[in-house]
Design a binder for this molecule. Structure first.
Ligand code: ZN
Length: 86
């Protein structure tokens, strides 16, 4: 798994991920990373962001529980991104 994909997955185990947050974390092709994770079998859905008051429509990604996966193992090296801009 490439490092950006691993980081995105680890973050998703801790919080829903706004596409803007991915941009701020210098992951400009976050949508591509999400597609890769989905093709790996992760259950990730896209919905309108519920975390921030965006002036334009923005999406967030939600990881759903996958049986047999220990999320702490995935998340152990991840620092959750902090949202700073509007
Ligand atoms: Zn947002």
């Amino acid at each position: 798994m490439n490092s950006q994909k691993a980081r995105v997955l680890a973050w998703l185990t801790q919080q829903n991920l706004c596409a803007t947050t991915l941009l701020e974390q210098r992951i400009p092709r976050g949508a591509a990373r999400i597609l890769e994770l989905r093709s790996d079998g992760w259950d990730i859905t896209t919905r309108e962001c519920t975390q921030h008051p965006h002036s334009t429509k923005q999406v967030e990604y939600v990881l759903h529980n996958s049986p047999g996966i220990l999320w702490p193992d995935l998340a152990k090296d991840a620092t959750p991104p902090i949202y700073t801009a509007t």
